[in-house]
Design a protein around this ligand. Structure first.
Ligand code: F0G
Length: 398
């Protein structure tokens, strides 16, 4: 069943629908399988390990074996920040971001529905992922990207996997509005996270965290928030495991936004149930350069229900956390992903996160997604002759 999160109106799983016909609010897929967690034993470590919780036919899935990503205990960084820290490395997914989980379910659904064209607006990663999964399924793929604001690696992926790439004179929010209008005319199947099937895949991040911790909840999960789908999805997944009796406690969901694109943080601070959009969102973390997140209602609910928090970080804090994670733990992430680490650092410093909390930071995309920002943050390589004496001289400088 597809259900409106505001008025509760219900729709059939086979209906192509993105928002409620009764009240216009956003939708979610209801999913309450009656299974024991023993069924997961001995299954391959991909997100399809939890297939009973996925609302598609498991016999016909379109998959690149997404999920099952590293869950790294980060003792050095944890000690520096004063918490017990785990980092969930979503850059290890097939196209280098968590979007692959949602696309696997979304494209499987598209095949079930028999559509021929899929599309999305994107700050980059959604388009890279959609392009790859559409290629695997043999579907036509159209992606709308904000001109000049998509990191190089993501653009390369979308183009190389054969998507029709349209560069929009405008920002992500405007691109999403345009492609949604086209989807409502039935011209393509929309695979942004307003499509509730996308979030069904992404909720598996929550499943894996709980499974990796031995069927326990961490005290807190921290992640970057842009269009607000992922935080909503993870909270949904955790609650499904909780209702299934697989775990006892629940984590505090904590969302981090860039200072220049922070409508959800503002809503939480002002104790509002919905956002007022940021008209001109701006941040170096282009993945989360979003002013009007479509899943805001779900995200605000997740943060409030879980007793979590929302905080902003500056571009400077993001870049410094990106380097800190890369150099203390060897985990390379794109700027938006580092917002979770930057946020953790800030929340420990201001006392919002208690010392010794068990914290999971989700890092959402790979370092190589945005090579330009990475190179700009480093000193240039020294050019030398292939000469042992010159090399020794340089090494002796320490
Ligand atoms: N981190 C990365 C690397 C992202 O690409 C995104 C979103 C987010 C975090 C935020 O996740 O939107 O679920 O709150 N990227 C989208 C895209 C918008 O088009 O690739 P969210």
């Amino acid at each position: 069943m597809i259900k409106c999160i505001t008025c509760g109106a219900e729709y059939d799983l086979g209906e192509i629908i993105y928002t409620c016909k009764e009240c216009g609010s956003i939708l979610e897929v209801t999913c309450e399988p009656d299974v024991s967690k023993d069924v997961f034993n001995c299954r391959k470590s991909t997100m399809w390990k939890y297939k009973e919780f996925m609302p598609v036919d498991p016999a016909r899935i379109v998959t690149l074996e997404e999920g099952g990503t590293p869950f790294c205990k980060c003792d050095k960084l944890g000690e520096e920040l004063g918490v017990e820290l785990y980092v969930k490395v979503e850059g290890s997914n097939p196209t280098g971001s968590f979007k692959d989980r949602g696309m696997s379910v979304g494209i499987t659904k598209a095949m079930e529905l028999g559509v021929s064209t899929v599309g999305c607006a994107s700050t980059g990663n959604t388009s890279a992922s959609l392009a790859a999964y559409a290629a695997r399924a043999g579907l036509r793929c159209v992606v709308l990207l904000p001109s000049g604001k998509v990191a190089l690696g993501k653009l390369a992926q979308a183009m190389f996997h054969g998507a029709e790439v349209l560069s929009i004179r405008g920002n992500f929010d405007e691109a999403l509005e345009t492609v949604t209008a086209l989807a409502l005319e039935g011209k393509l199947y929309l695979l942004n996270s307003v499509n509730p099937f996308r979030l069904e895949g992404q909720k598996s991040i929550g499943f894996e965290i709980v499974d990796d911790l031995g069927w326990k909840s961490p005290d807190r999960i921290i992640l970057p928030v842009g269009n607000a789908g992922n935080i909503s999805a993870i909270w949904k997944g955790i609650n499904e495991f909780h209702r299934a009796g697989f775990m006892e406690d629940l984590p505090m969901m904590t969302g981090i936004q860039a200072e220049g694109a922070a409508p959800i943080v503002r809503a939480i601070r002002e104790n509002k149930k919905d956002i007022v959009p940021f008209e001109n969102p701006e941040t170096i973390a282009t993945a989360i350069r979003i002013g009007a997140p479509v899943s805001a209602l779900k995200a605000i609910r997740a943060i409030n229900e879980s007793g979590g928090f929302a905080e902003t970080v500056t571009d400077e804090e993001i870049l410094s956390a990106q380097k800190l994670l890369a150099r203390t733990e060897g985990i390379g992430v794109e700027p938006a992903s580092a917002a979770s680490i930057a946020g953790l650092k800030k929340l420990v410093e201001n006392g919002e996160v208690d010392k010794n909390e068990q914290v999971v930071c989700i890092v959402t995309g790979h370092l190589l997604k945005d090579p330009n920002t990475a190179i700009d943050a480093c000193v240039k390589p020294v050019e030398i002759d292939a000469d042992i004496n010159e090399l020794s001289r340089i090494l002796s400088q320490g």
